[in-house]
Design a binder for this molecule. Sequence first.
Ligand SMILES: [Zn+2]
Length: 272
Amino acid sequence: MDVIDIHLHIGTKENWTPWVIDFFCKNNPYFYEHFCDKTDPERILLYLNSQGVKKGVILAEYAPKATGVVTNEYVSEFCKNHKDLIPFGSICLYDGRDILEQARYAHETLGVKGFKMLPSYAHFYPNEERFFPFYEYLQSKNIPVMFHTGISIFKGSLVKYADPIYFDEIADAFPDLNIILEHGGRPFWYDIVSWLLTRHKNIHVGIAGIPTRHLPEYFPQLETYQDRFLFGSDWPGVPHIKPLIEKVLALPISDSAKEKILYHNAKRLIGI
Ligand SMILES: [Zn+2]
C-alpha cells in the first residue's frame, strides 16, 4: 500500500534548539547519528523508502522560543527536483514581515504546497484577525493549512494557544479552507476535535503523535469520517516510521479507510 507521510521535520543542529537536539539524541539515535549534522534529500528519500513511505511532506517552522527555525527557503530548496518530497511553508511572526506577502511568496515563488502553523510554539491564537487575509488567500488557492494542536513536550511551548476550539470560528468563516488539526488536540481535547469533525466538513485530523491503537476510542467516528484522517509520523520525533504504518494497518477499520488515511486523503488535499 502506498503511503504519504504528511508530517516530517528536516534540519540539522543549526536549525533546532538544544533541548530538541537532546530529545532526538535520546529518542532517535539513528537520526542523531545519520542526519543531525548533515542532511540531504537523497538520503532522506532512501530512508523514507526503507520505511515504506512513498512521499513525504517536509515542514517549515518559525519557532525560535520552542523548537527552532526551518525557513520556507530551506524546505523549498530541499524538495526541489524531488517530486516525492513535498514542501509545506510556514509564516514568520517575529520580523515584522506582512503575513499575506509571506504566504504569496512561499506559494507562488518558492512553490510550497501547504502551510504548517504552530500556535503554541510561536505564541499566537489561530483565530486572531491578522491571519484572516492569509486564510482567505489559502482558501482561494485551495491550499491546505495544518496546525499543531494539543500538548507538546518542548520547553517554550504554551498550551493555551493549542486549544482546537478556535477552529470552529475559522472553519465557519472559511468553509472551503482545508484545515488539518495535527495531533487531534492530544490528549485532553480529543472530544472537541471529534465534534469539530461532525460540525465542519473542512476539518481534518493529522494522526501524528496520537497513540494509533487508541484512535477508534478517541475518535469513535473514524470509519464514518475516513475521508478526514491523515497519516503522519512526526519523524524524527519517533525512532522509525514503519511501525506506525503497521499500527494503522492493524486498526479494526475497513481497508478503504486505511488506504485513505495512509495515502488518498493527503493526495487529494495537497493536490498531488
Ligand atoms: Zn511535528
